[in-house]
Design a protein around this ligand. Sequence first.
Ligand code: XCC
Length: 658
Amino acid sequence: MPKETKKEGEVQKLNIKDVTTCPATAQMLEKAERDGVETAFHRAATMKACPIGADSACCKHCSMGPCRLNSKDPYGRVGVCGATIDTIMARNFARMVASGAAAHTDHGMSMLDVFREVVNGKIKDYTIKDPMKLEEVAREIGIETEGRETAEIATDLYKELERTYVQVEGEIPFAKRVPPKTLETWRKNGVVPRGAMREIMELMHRTHMGVDQDYENITKQCTRTALADGWGGSMVATEISDILFGTPTPVRAEVDMGCLKENQVNIIIHGHEPNLFESMLESVNDPTLIQAAREAGAEDINLVGMCCSGAEMLSRHGIPHAGNFMSTEAILVTGAVDAMAVDVQCIKQGLAKVAECYGTKLFTTNPRCHIEGAQHVEFHEHKPKECTDAIVEMAIVRFKNRQMPVEIPRIKSMGIHGFSHEYINYMLGGTFRSSYTPLNDNIINGRIRGVAGVVGCTNPRVKQDWVHVELVKELIKNDVLVVQTGCSQIALAKAGLYSPEAAHLAGAGLREVCEAVGMPPVLGLGSCVDNSRILIACAEMVRVGGLGDSIADLPVAGAAPEWMSEKAISIGHYFVGSGVYTVFGVTFPIIAETKFHKLLFEGLEKLGFGKWGFTADPYEMAQLMVRHIDGKRKALGIDKARERVLMDMAARRDLEAA
Ligand code: XCC
C-alpha cells in the first residue's frame, strides 16, 4: 500500500484514494490525518499481515508448538505431533466456522430469549408485530395453527425453535425447509445439524490436539456446524426478529455520512442485535427526551445506524444508515456524533480512542462486549428503555458541550431497501398469486441469467467498497439479479445502485424485468444473519420448479468480495454446504493445491454440495460466477433460451440504434 514516510509524533499518511472509494470516508481520513488521529486504515498500512497465518500454515493448538510449516513446501514437514498441513489447515478453517457460527447462534439465541419472555408476558416493551409471519413459520415446521390463538402458537413455536440450539439428537426444525434432494445429500453425507450447540461443541472438540486428524472428516463436521448456523442460528435470528419487529417491505431510505445533522443530537447504533436499536427508536421519539434535546439547543434527535444492525433497521424501518464496517472510526472524525452505542460483533477496539479524540461518548451495552475506555450501560431486555434513555440523555449533554468544529461530508444516497423473501414473493407474483413463478420463468426464458448473493464485510487490506461495487456492476450488466446483505449492501447503496433508475446499468433482460416490476437491479435483504433469507429464496426457487431438484442445480452463485470476519467464513461454508458456488476475495486462508484446498474447491461439489472459489479481482470474480451460472443453465437445458434472448437483445439494440 503506497504511503509517505512518517515523521515523529505524526500519523502515518496514506494515499487515501488507494484505500477507499467511499468519498465520505476519504474526506474523514484526510481530516483524521490533519487531526493526528489514527484509524484501522493506518494500522493496516503499517502492520503487514502475517504471511504464515495468512496461509493457515501455523498450528497453535498446544504448547508443543506453535508449529510453523512452510507454505512454499507444505508437505516438507509436519508439526511436532505429526499433524500434516491438511490437518492443520482444516482445523484452523473449522475453528473459524465454529466461531462464526457461535456468533450468529448466540445472536439468534438472544432473539429467542426475548421472544420467550414476550410470549410468557414478562417483557412488555416488545410485542409480536407480525402474527402472520408467526403463523407461516409455525406452519412450515409442522405446528398446528388452524383456529388457535397467537399466544398458543407462539408458545409452541418457541419450544420448537429452542431445539435449533439445544437438541442433541435428530434434525434441526428448519431442516423441513430444505429442498428434499438437498436434504438427501446432507443425510447421505451425515451433515444434517442436530442442534447448533452440539455441533459447535463437537467441532471444537474434534479440532483439539490429538482428536480428528483427517481433513475430510474434520470438513464433514465443519459443514454440519456451518449448516447449523445458516439453517439454524441465523435463520432463527431473522425469523424471530421479523415476528417481533416486523417483516421488511420496501422503503426509501438514505445512506452515507451525510445522514448526520449538524444541528441535531446525533446517535449512532452499531452492532448486530435489533432489540437495542428498536428500543433506541422508542427513546429518540420520547417527547420528554425530544424536549430535553431542544432545551439543549438541538433541533431534534437524529438516529442513524451502521454495519449490520444498521442494515437491519434500514430494511425494516427505513432508518438512515451512515456507513459500513470500514467507516465506523471515520464517522467519529466528523465530531458530529454525540453518542455511539454498540452491542456485539465487528466493534473495533480502536473506536474507543477515536471517540476520545473527538469527545464522542462511546457506550457498550451488552454483557458480552465491554471495551476498555468505553462507558458500559447495560441493556436489559426486560427494561430496555432504561439503557437507551440514559444514552440519549448523555448524548444531549455531549451535544450541549460540543467542543470541536463539526465537519460532516455532504454526501448521501437515496435508495430502496427492505426486500424480504416474503416481499419478493409478493412483488413478483402480485397480491393474489404471490409466488416465485415469475422469477423462475424469467430465469428459464433467459431475461434473468441467474441470481447472485453478494454479501459481507469491508476490509482495510483492499480498497473499501471497490470490489463490491465493480463486481455487482459486472453481474447486473450480465443480467444476473443481485441480492445483498450487510456491509456489501451499504457499499452498493452508497454507490447509488439501490435506486430503480440504476436499472439502466443492467443488461437488457434484467433491465426489462426491473422496469416492469419497478425494482432496482440490486435487492437489499438486511444484515448478515439475513443471509438466511437468501437460503429460503433458493429453497423456494427449487420448490416452484423448472430449475432442478436441489439448490445445487440452481443457476446461482455467492460472493463475499471484501470479507474479514470469521462469521463470513461460516456464511460462505453454509452456502457451499447448501449447494452454492461461493467465491471469496481479499485472501483465502488455505494453501492452493493442497489436498484440503482441492476438497473445498472441487471435492465437495462431487459429493453434491457447492464449492468454494477465490479471486481478489472483481472482474474475474464476476466471470467465475457467470460461467458457473451458465454451466448450471446448460445442465438444466435452458441455455438455448438464453441464446434466444441474446438474439432478442441484439435485435433490440439494432432497433434502438435505428
Ligand atoms: Fe461485520 Fe455484520 Fe462483516 Fe459488516 S458484513 S463487517 S461481519 S457488520 Ni455482516
